[in-house]
Design a protein around this ligand. Structure first.
Ligand code: ATP
Ligand code: MG
Length: 369
């Protein structure tokens, strides 16, 4: 899968730029704050329908302008697609694929799969479970758009249930009202947990293998899914166990005004040689775990879609040591990659590949090699 061309108008600090992209390695090089990450953000938007830096689309429109445009040509095998996003300050964004407008940006299943790796991803190991759930959700929705729909629906139902817990605690019939919610929540929650459980099974297999290769067999990475609902083979049984647990917790839920049971409390536990990485892992070990997880996503998409996604590497190449860079580079032959760099010193380690170098300054392309 490739992004062949990108056009931006009034997007972040770009007034107007057109780039013809390399099928292999694309390097955006420039000093800080020149617009390198902005280019990755634009590609990300065409794959996911939204930015990885903000939920407020208006921030993306160039200062003092009213509208922004992104257009990308993508190709996979013999297929071609043209994805366009228009952002306007006074209305929701619109997305068109081959000139046909989507009803909602949530329908974006453009076929453009990407995997992004940025320094922020280290938070996945260091920070709380929310980061890990986001990683899971992003990964699963790329190949299963209905999962994303379920997540949004679940969040809405949970919000309503929590509201009811807070506002209706003195109502006599609160039990009946909750029953109605709980049937719906348990159905969707069960679907989410089953998807996550299957995904983590695959993720742990791939990441164990990749991590083993990077550490040359010296360390073993184990992932475990942590959820407070029992995962049962029979789906109906599982939904029933889910409802029973909700009922068991009802007193506590009313007292705290929040729901204890469900996938919004899920986590992935990560261990190297039986020790939790979050607690005992060195900086380098934590980075290697994140790299292994991200590269597993690359392989998961490949096995699901039959082709590699596009890989976006923001500011990480220079942070990796020589062994990890080497390992990452083994992918470059099969996969279109976008790399941002501030220092041309690091170009040396990306030698020997079919590559284009774009020199970026103040939202403009000043040179290309
Ligand atoms: N809506 C906007 N309109 C105009 N300029 C913007 C807008 N949003 C961000 N910018 C500018 O874009 C620049 C940052 O771009 P970007 O994040 O791509 O930098 P970068 O080249 O990746 O830098 P670094 O190496 O520090 O990561 C900043 O100068 C910022 O002011
Ligand atoms: Mg940047």
């Amino acid at each position: 899968m490739n992004v062949d061309k990108i056009k931006l108008i009034n997007f972040r600090n770009y007034e107007n730029i057109d780039l013809d992209l390399n099928k292999n390695v694309n390097i955006f090089i420039g000093k800080n704050a020149q617009g390198k990450t902005n280019l990755l953000e634009a590609i990300h938007m065409c794959a996911m329908g939204k930015s990885f830096r903000t939920n407020r689309d208006k921030e993306i429109i160039k200062f003092s302008k009213n509208a922004a445009y992104i257009g990308v040509d993508i190709s996979f095998g013999n297929h071609k697609k043209f994805i366009e996003i228009k952002l306007e300050s006074d209305r929701p964004k619109t997305i068109r694929i081959n000139k046909t407008e989507l009803k909602s940006h949530k329908d974006l299943d453009s076929g453009l799969n990407i995997v992004l790796f940025s320094p922020e991803d280290l938070r996945m190991v260091k920070d709380g479970p929310q980061e890990r759930r986001n990683f899971l959700d992003k990964g699963i929705s790329q190949t299963k758009p209905v999962y994303n729909y379920n997540i949004n629906r679940y969040k809405k139902l949970l919000f309503q249930r929590n509201n009811l817990l807070r506002t209706g605690r003195f109502r006599k019939n609160i039990g009946d009202l909750l029953d109605v919610f709980d049937i719906q929540i348990s159905k969707i929650g069960t679907s989410i947990i089953i998807e996550r459980s299957q995904y983590i099974d695959l993720l742990s297999r791939y990441s164990k293998e990749i991590h083993g290769k990077i550490t040359e067999g010296l360390e073993e990475l184990i992932l475990k899914y942590s959820t407070n609902i029992p995962i049962l083979e029979d789906r109906k049984e599982m939904e029933k166990a889910y409802i029973d647990l909700m009922k068991k917790n009802i007193k506590r839920d009313i007292e705290y005004g929040s729901t204890e049971i469900g996938p919004h409390r899920d986590d992935i536990l990560m261990y190297i040689d039986d020790r939790e990485v979050k607690v005992f892992g060195s900086q380098g070990q934590q980075r290697t775990v994140v790299l292994s997880l991200i590269l597993s996503q690359v392989e998961l998409i490949k096995s699901d879609r039959g082709m590699y996604p596009v890989l976006l590497l923001d500011d990480v190449f220079s942070e990796l040591d020589i062994d990890r860079r080497k390992y990452l580079s083994t992918l470059f032959c099969n996969i279109q990659t976008f790399i941002t760099l501030t220092n041309s010193e690091n170009l040396k380690s990306i030698d020997g590949f079919n590559r284009s170098i774009f020199y970026i300054e103040d939202g403009k392309l000043i040179d290309k090699e």
